[in-house]
Every structure is written in C-alpha cells, then in structure tokens.
Design a protein around this ligand. Structure first.
Ligand code: NAD
Length: 269
C-alpha cells in the first residue's frame, strides 16, 4: 500500500482540527506538516494536541514552502487569503490540492482554475459525502416524479445560524429545479403566512427551523397523490466534511491535472 503524505493548511481551525483527528487512524495517509496564518496564536503548538488527538510531534508553523515540499497533497480549509498564500507556494512547487475554502471572488477562483491546469485539484463547496449523494438522489427523484409531486425542502440548524435557507437547502432546490426544467428564481417560495391560496403547482417550497445545537438536517419531500418520498441528510459533526476531504485526497493520487468536484470523486458526475 502506498502512503500519501498530507499537509494541512489552516490546521488550527475547526476543519483543520477535524482533519487531523480524521487522519489519525488512516493507514494510507500520513500527516507530515501543519500550517497556519503567520498571525495565528497556534504557531509552535503541537497540531495533534491542539486537535485533541494527542501529541503527534508535528508543530504548527507558517513556512508553507517548507511544509508543502514534504507533501504529496495539500488540504486547505482557511480563508480566501489563506488559499492565496497556499497558491503562492504551490505555484513554485506544484502539489495536488484539496480545497474547501469558501467565499472566493472571481479572480481568486480563476487563479485556482489556472493552477488546476498544472496540477489536480478537488474544490467543493460541500465535502459531505451524504449531502452530495442527496443532491444526486434529489435529481433522480424529481426527474422521475416530475410534475406529479410537490417539492418541499425543510432544513433545521442550530440557533446561531444567521442565514436562511441554508446554502445546502438552496443547492438541493437548484438540483430539483434543474431536473424538472424549472427556474428556482421563479418557482421558489420562501415563506407562507396568512391567506396564501392554494399551492402553485410547480413551486419549490422552503421551510426553516432554528433551535438548540442542531448541526444540520435537510429533507427533500416529494409529495404526490397517494405517496410521498423523503430524502434526508442529518449531520452530527464536522467529521463528515473531513471524511469527504480525505476521500478526495485519496482519489487525487491518480490524477495529474484538472479541477474536480465531489460528484467526480464519488462517481456521481
Ligand atoms: P475556522 O475559522 O475555524 O478556521 C479557519 C482557519 O484558517 C483558522 O485557523 C485561521 O487562522 C486560518 N486562516 C485564516 N486566514 C489564514 C491565512 N491567511 N493563511 C492561513 N491560514 C489562515 O473556519 P472553519 O470552520 O475551519 O472553515 C474554514 C473554511 O472552510 C471556511 O472557508 C469555511 O467556509 C470552509 N468550510 C468548507 C466546508 C466544505 O465542505 N467545503 C465545510 C466546512 C467549512
């Protein structure tokens, strides 16, 4: 079994720590370096201890060139500036890249796409294997049931979430709309109150629940005459994103170049 060497950029963040925990039992992936912003208060700390995985002897540092030189694949979950700093180093010495950082502007996205022409990249807005599977299942179900079913998307999150509906709920809505030739912009119904009248036939409805410490739950309900289909994903921790990112790192081992997404990794594209 060949072992891939992994560097984690953003190692002190929530996702960085989840990745270090997820890497611990892996026999085919080995953590060789852990990096952070030059301003991070975690510099010098043991990356395993910080993640709650016990000392691993790999300190967090900010010398990206030295860190990435040791690695076969770099995993980045930081901020757009963090990804830009990673690309500064990677453009000097290309390494395969798994990137989950969100919020890139068009210029930052184009830079990543240019890099992917030289060296393979998996970039995903959502690394959860289950969510990506649910998106595909939603496409299949919506296409098969078509106008016989009313489509409703229900999402639940913790009380501190500030936006609604969630990005994943909108992604599921777009998948259902695309599969049935609808426009989400025209058909989405985000709230109902008072005398709403009957449900418009091709509407895609969204319902939002907020409370407690719910990590995240999404249900796509396809309600037809005499039967209902429900596609549900329930997240219980960040381990689902970390597991998906490690799967992407393994999958990249056979690729030289190109920009890929999780459906490619999972064989769902
Ligand atoms: P976080 O704030 O807990 O961690 C971010 C880490 O990046 C911090 O440790 C911070 O010090 C570091 N960082 C910030 N600027 C940096 C820089 N210039 N250089 C190097 N490191 C820098 O956030 P998080 O919850 O771990 O999320 C990190 C990123 O991953 C965000 O963009 C988030 O939206 C994204 N995310 C994506 C997925 C997915 O499935 N694609 C899942 C969860 C989070």
């Amino acid at each position: 079994m060949s072992v891939q060497k992994v560097a984690i950029h953003g190692a002190a963040g929530r996702m960085g720590r989840a990745l270090i925990l997820a890497l611990q039992p892996a026999e085919d992936l080995e953590l060789v370096a852990a990096t952070e912003s030059a301003h991070s208060s975690a510099l010098g700390r043991d990356s395993g201890a910080l993640a709650g995985a016990g000392d691993n002897g790999i300190p967090i540092h900010a010398d990206l060139g030295a860190a990435f030189a040791q690695a076969d694949v770099v995993i980045d979950f930081t901020r757009p500036e963090g990804l830009a700093e990673a690309l500064d180093a990677l453009e000097q010495q290309p390494r395969r890249l798994v990137s989950g950082t969100t919020g890139l502007d068009p210029a930052q996205q184009q830079r990543l796409e240019r890099y992917a022409e030289r060296c393979a990249v998996v970039q995903a807005a959502n690394f959860s294997i289950g969510v990506n599977l649910c998106i595909r299942l939603t496409e299949l179900a919506a296409r098969a049931l078509d106008d016989s079913a009313d489509i409703e998307i229900i999402e639940l999150h913790h009380r501190d979430k500030v936006d609604a509906p969630s990005g994943t709920a909108l992604r599921l809505g777009r998948a259902a709309a695309a599969a049935t030739g609808r426009s989400l912009e025209e058909q989405a119904v985000y709230s109902r109150v008072g005398h709403t009248g009957p449900r418009p036939p091709r509407a895609i409805g969204f319902s939002t629940v907020r409370g407690g410490d719910i990590v995240g739950e999404h249900t796509v309900l396809l309600a037809a005459q005499g039967e209902q289909v429900e596609i549900r994903h329930r997240a219980t921790s960040r381990a689902n994103f970390a597991g998906g990112a490690l799967r992407a790192a393994r999958w990249l081992a056979d690729r030289d170049g190109g920009l890929y997404d999780m459906p490619d990794v999972l064989g769902l594209a």
